[in-house]
Design a protein around this ligand. Structure first.
Ligand SMILES: [Zn+2]
Length: 299
């Protein structure tokens, strides 16, 4: 994929940047990225256009249309094609950096937004048998498969575009941290996704963030991504995912290029560590105080 993503800046105030970078993958497929200076999450958003409908996957991390004119950008991309198609807005999952732009679309005509709760995802994306079934969205001569991938988030889904062979993996698989809330669900999702793509052509696996540089160093919470590695992962990376997640200790692990983390468990561990340290300090101070009192014998 021949694209250089904007790397943000060490000092965004001195280096104003376009809020959204648009990459035209082909005439009917666009990759949008919110600028690092507008949000350090810099999420990727995907627009897929069929004969009768357009599909937007995720709405990014910034709600304010003045800072991040996402709906305006998407609508003008659709209008530039000369046809007015209804738009369906879906998400990979419900974390705020993937749905903050929803309100920009709510006020528009001919737009339907699928909420991120599990009931809506199941019923609106046609997945009766969660998480083992596969849903479909028909955009008119372009069918998108919806693959349940809970683990990072309970109602997380991935999307597979039969036309381009692109697999949109959200935060389930991306070059960076794999944040896993539920290891068993995530491992089952990795196996499900690997099995799904095994007999299908996959051009690229496209996640929702890039958090690594070319040398494998992780970018964390920074608005400057020099030498960022490419967005795209491969079918082979997806096939290898079950082996990466399998045996994860539920806290932290470095596997291949990925950092596997369960942030909830790490927070609990830190809290327990802090409480133990506090109790130890109190006990030491109490012992010290008693010793001082007993050694201060009145004359
Ligand atoms: Zn997420």
């Amino acid at each position: 994929m021949d694209v250089h993503w904007n790397e943000g800046s060490k000092d965004c105030s001195k280096n104003p940047q376009q809020p959204i970078q648009v990459h035209r993958y082909n005439a009917d497929t666009f990759i949008l990225r919110e600028n690092l200076c507008a949000t350090y999450e810099a999420p990727f958003i995907y627009l897929l256009i069929g004969k009768t409908k357009a599909l937007l996957i995720d709405t990014g991390a910034v709600a304010d249309a003045k800072i991040m004119p996402l709906a305006q950008t998407v609508i003008s991309l659709l209008e530039n094609r000369g046809s007015k198609l209804p738009l369906m807005v879906v998400h990979t999952h419900g974390h705020l950096d993937h749905r903050s732009g929803d309100d920009q679309f709510r006020v528009l005509p001919d737009v339907k937004i699928v909420p991120t709760n599990l009931e809506s995802v199941k019923s609106r994306l046609g997945i009766a048998d969660w998480p083992n079934g596969i849903g479909q969205i028909d955009l008119g001569d372009r069918v998108i498969d919806v693959i349940p991938t809970p683990g990072h988030y309970p109602s997380h889904v991935a999307y597979y575009d039969r036309q381009t062979g692109l697999f949109f993996s959200g935060d389930f698989l991306l070059p960076g941290r794999l944040l896993i809330e539920d290891t068993n669900a995530d491992l089952a999702s990795a196996r499900r996704a690997a099995e799904f793509v095994e007999q299908r052509p996959v051009t690229y696996v496209l996640g929702a963030h890039i958090e690594l540089d070319e040398s494998g160093k992780v970018f964390l919470g920074t608005r400057y991504h020099p030498n960022e590695r490419p967005l795209q992962l491969t079918k082979q990376d997806l096939l290898a995912l079950p082996g990466i997640v399998s045996g994860f200790n539920g806290f932290y692990a470095k596997r291949g290029v990925y950092l596997l983390m369960n942030q909830n468990h790490i927070l609990i561990l830190l809290a327990v560590g802090a409480i133990i340290s506090l109790v130890a300090i109190i006990l030491i101070l109490r012992a010290l105080w008693r010793w001082l009192r007993s050694s201060a014998v009145p004359k």
